[in-house]
Design a protein around this ligand. Structure first.
Ligand code: ADP
Ligand code: MG
Length: 278
């Protein structure tokens, strides 16, 4: 049988086996292999490698889409030097993603504008790019979804769906005052995920103010207990990036050299490093 007969068969088989990249590349790859005198195993390995690369790329695109992350908040647009040294060390460790395998939580505290949301979004985006399933949601939006599901008697289905994520990033816990019923569903979610999947939380409120979130002392203690048991706590005791950025732009005519600004901000951050969140 000559090559002309084989090719259509080959394309049909590759289609049936759902190997679209191999199918797309096979003609050129065959010619190249002939020209370069590649061995059979080398030829096959190269071709399958391309299929795997493209699949991985598609998987990452899907993961990023389902993560609902604001993609502009990445490490490439984040000034890490601004953070306290301890937080830089913690983030360096978190970036390998092994905390997800240990089902550990990450809690970021600090003033509004200190970079909590940006930092945790950047971390989650990097983890999604490494193939992890993550979901970003504002805490108040998630609470509304949970509550609607409870009313529709579909709460356990929603919890099961959320359970498929390696990480849930709940942004701004305690920012919007919630009713007792709303907080109960949030507590149910936290209890459900305890030691089953990581939760990443940002909050402007220190633990001592969480009574106002969970409404009573018992539930507050139980929620904190579950979140903190296996967790990394990031304390971003920093001035607002927005405020500082706004004042540095308005002072730009005073020509503050960027390197000096970084040192100044870093020194300030270092000085504030010991001021702990309660
Ligand atoms: P928070 O969640 O603590 O209130 P955000 O993460 O929303 O703060 O940050 C406020 C704004 O400042 C955002 O636009 C964010 O991108 C920016 N920002 C904060 N910290 C940094 C940083 N270290 N580098 C670059 N941009 C930052
Ligand atoms: Mg925020």
């Amino acid at each position: 049988m000559n090559a002309a007969d084989v090719r259509p068969r080959l394309h049909r088989y590759l289609k049936d086996l759902c190997l679209p990249t191999v199918r797309q590349c096979v003609d050129t790859a065959c010619e190249e292999a002939g020209r370069e005198g590649l061995s059979y195993d080398q030829f096959l390995a190269d071709l399958l490698e391309r299929e795997i690369e493209v699949r991985l790329q598609h998987r990452i695109e899907r993961l990023l889409q389902e993560a609902r992350l604001p993609l502009q908040k990445s490490f490439s647009t984040f000034d890490l030097v601004r953070l306290p040294t301890r937080v830089i060390q913690q983030i360096t460790t978190l970036r390998d993603g092994s905390f997800l395998d240990r089902r550990e939580n990450v809690l970021a505290f600090g003033n509004p504008g200190s970079g909590k949301t940006h930092l945790l979004c950047a971390l989650c985006q990097e983890l999604a790019r490494k193939g992890r399933r993550v979901l970003y949601t504002s805490c108040s939006l998630l609470v509304q979804e949970l509550l609607a599901a409870k009313r529709d008697l579909t709460l356990s289905r929603l919890l099961k769906r959320l359970g498929r994520y390696d990480a849930l990033l709940l942004d701004d816990l305690g920012y919007v005052q919630q009713t007792r019923e709303e907080m109960e569903v949030l507590f149910t979610l936290l209890a459900e995920r305890y030691e089953r999947g990581s939760v990443l939380v940002t909050s402007n409120l220190p633990f001592s103010a969480w009574d106002s979130i969970f409404k009573d002392a018992m539930t507050t203690a139980a929620a904190i207990d579950r979140l903190v048991h296996h967790s990394v706590i990031l304390e971003l005791n920093l001035p607002s990036y927005r405020m500082q950025h706004a004042s540095s732009t308005s002072l730009s005519s005073e020509a503050v050299p960027p390197a000096d600004r970084v040192t100044e901000v870093t020194q300030q951050a270092r000085a504030e490093e010991n001021v702990k969140c309660e």
